[in-house]
Design a protein around this ligand. Structure first.
Ligand code: SF4
Length: 259
């Protein structure tokens, strides 16, 4: 039996049991079982910040990586500096293979305006695939209520798309639970959240939301896109376009813990 198949079968048995665990218990299980072969993926949205703080209460040493598209807000880069100081960690920054200039040269200027799926694939999905290849498990801050693609997320599950264990310790949290945790523990967060940016990604594809809009309305405004591709099950990507027809696309996103 291959190592991946063994891991997948072990996880299938544990998955139901883990649904009753607290985020701290899930993280303790992850760190104990995978040590340096597990890392938290974060775009440093408020959910990610709660998760990093929870991890700091469980372990004095844990890995965090981020997909640095090189198109992030200055506020996000500034937050990374604060995180490194507060938690005594070094964030692993994962870059695309093409610089912004090389991408413009190869694919044309402002690719995100013409083909955001290709842009996300180049700057987020492919770099993530390479990063995950060095791990046995990854931890995300996705929540079931964020998008339809995340509604079936388990706290511990097998990631069929990337072929490793995926751990979602706050899958069952609400937005209120996240913010109440962040306020109670004085957790640092992105200043843009106070300026009507509930979900924060790249500068080119994120705007503030207006009164009455959905929390993710500011992401890829003008496109049917709601996900960057990191948390979209591969089977869903294959099936949904066939169900909804060619005019409505369910396409991948990123910051996507948060995404
Ligand atoms: S969010 Fe926008 S700018 Fe960032 S990688 Fe995706 S399409 Fe490109």
């Amino acid at each position: 039996m291959t190592e991946a198949r063994e891991a997948r079968e072990d996880i299938a048995q544990l998955s139901s049991q883990a649904e009753a665990w607290s985020p701290e218990q899930v993280l303790a299980w992850a760190f104990e079982n995978y040590g340096k072969n597990v890392a938290i993926a974060s775009g440093f949205g408020v959910e990610g910040m709660a998760l990093i703080d929870l991890a700091s209460h469980v372990s004095g040493s844990f890995r965090v990586f981020t997909l640095d598209t090189e198109f992030l807000f200055p506020e996000t880069y500034e937050l990374m500096d604060r995180i490194e100081k507060r938690y005594g960690i070094r964030i692993e920054r994962v870059y695309p293979s093409l610089t912004p200039e090389e991408q413009a040269h190869t694919h044309g200027a402002e690719l995100w305006r013409r083909d955001p799926d290709l842009c996300c694939s180049l700057r987020k999905v492919e770099p993530l695939k390479q990063k995950l290849a060095e791990l046995r498990a990854w931890v995300t801050a996705i929540r079931r209520r964020q998008t339809s693609a995340r509604a079936s997320a388990r706290k511990i599950e097998w990631d069929h798309k990337f072929q490793l264990i995926k751990i979602n310790p706050i899958a069952d949290w609400t937005t209120d639970m996240v913010w109440s945790y962040v306020r109670k523990h004085n957790v640092p967060y992105n200043h843009l959240h106070d300026q009507n940016y509930p979900s924060i990604g790249c500068m080119h594809c994120t705007r503030a939301v207006r009164s009455g809009e959905d929390a993710r309305a500011g992401r890829w405004a003008g496109f049917a896109k709601t996900e960057c591709g990191l948390h979209t099950p591969s089977n869903l990507q294959a099936v949904v376009p066939a169900l909804v027809g060619p005019l409505v696309q369910l396409k991948p996103c990123v910051e996507c813990e948060e995404g």
